[in-house]
Write a protein that binds this ligand. Structure first.
Ligand SMILES: Nc1nc2c(ncn2[C@@H]2O[C@H](COP(=O)(O)OP(=O)(O)OP(=O)(O)O)[C@@H](O)[C@H]2O)c(=O)[nH]1
Ligand SMILES: [Mg+2]
Length: 220
């Protein structure tokens, strides 16, 4: 991990143990935008969280930043409808972007198309996008619609990391099976990071490790 500006912006809570979790000192909502062209022309790196509707994107952002209610969550799929930008660090060093979900079959076709265009435009056209976190519900594994997004990221040479979510909802044996299946699938994708993050926002499982992965990507 580097020092200087980076070390000033995030607090490393390592008083006694090198394994103590790194913390994010500050995270604030900045702005919501409905399309790529209205996104501000910022120069800080961005880290986007994408995945199917209801996979737990907003909940995971709240867990990572230790800020309940920072990103709005809901039982009803389709809660996040625009690109939501959160400024992280003090002074601000990078942005986290919460995105609408894809693959929500019950939403009106026009709405689904709009989200799809927004996601594709943003992922392919955002110069400051540094890494994408692709969330996969651990109960379902990688579906065709996830596979399509992963292929698009491969083609655009955007590096991404797969994150399994909601692991508190499955048994340990099911978790092992979905981890193995997901690893086998992601090895076929050139832009996918060859490791999995396994998380539960609800029980805080894997959150410290994922936060470390985000902060390492920021510092890289
Ligand atoms: N049990 C459990 N529930 C979770 C977890 N993460 C999210 N949820 C629940 O799943 C639902 C959807 O979570 P969100 O964070 O709103 O999901 P999202 O991907 O942002 O959804 P959209 O914005 O609608 O695409 C909410 O009811 C959350 O409380 C988790 O780790 N465990
Ligand atoms: Mg959301």
């Amino acid at each position: 991990m580097t020092g200087g500006k980076f070390a000033d912006s995030v607090r490393f809570a390592r008083p006694s143990s090198p394994l103590a979790p790194m913390k994010i000192k500050s995270a604030v909502f900045e702005v919501s935008k409905p399309d790529l062209k209205s996104c501000p022309n910022w120069n800080r790196p961005e880290f986007a969280f994408i995945g199917r509707s209801n996979v737990g994107k907003s909940s995971l952002i709240n867990a990572l930043t230790n800020r309940n209610g920072l990103a709005r969550t809901s039982n009803t799929p389709g809660r996040t409808q625009e690109l939501n930008f959160f400024d992280v660090g003090e002074p601000a060093l990078f942005r986290i972007v919460d995105m609408p979900g894809y693959g929500y079959a019950k939403a009106p076709i026009k709405t689904v198309q709009q989200w799809r265009y927004l996601i594709n435009d943003y992922l392919r056209g955002r110069a400051v996008l540094k890494r994408v976190f692709v969330l996969i519900d651990s109960r379902h594994g990688i579906k065709e619609v996830d596979h399509e997004i992963m292929k698009m990221l491969d083609a655009a040479a955007i590096s991404y990391r797969i994150v399994l979510t909601k692991t508190d909802k499955i048994k340990a044996s099911e978790r092992e099976a979905v981890e193995a299946d997901t690893m086998a699938k992601l090895r076929k994708h050139v832009a996918a990071y060859p490791e999995l993050s396994v998380t539960s926002a609800e029980k805080r499982g894997g959150i410290d490790e994922l936060r470390a992965a985000v902060l390492e990507a920021v510092a890289s």
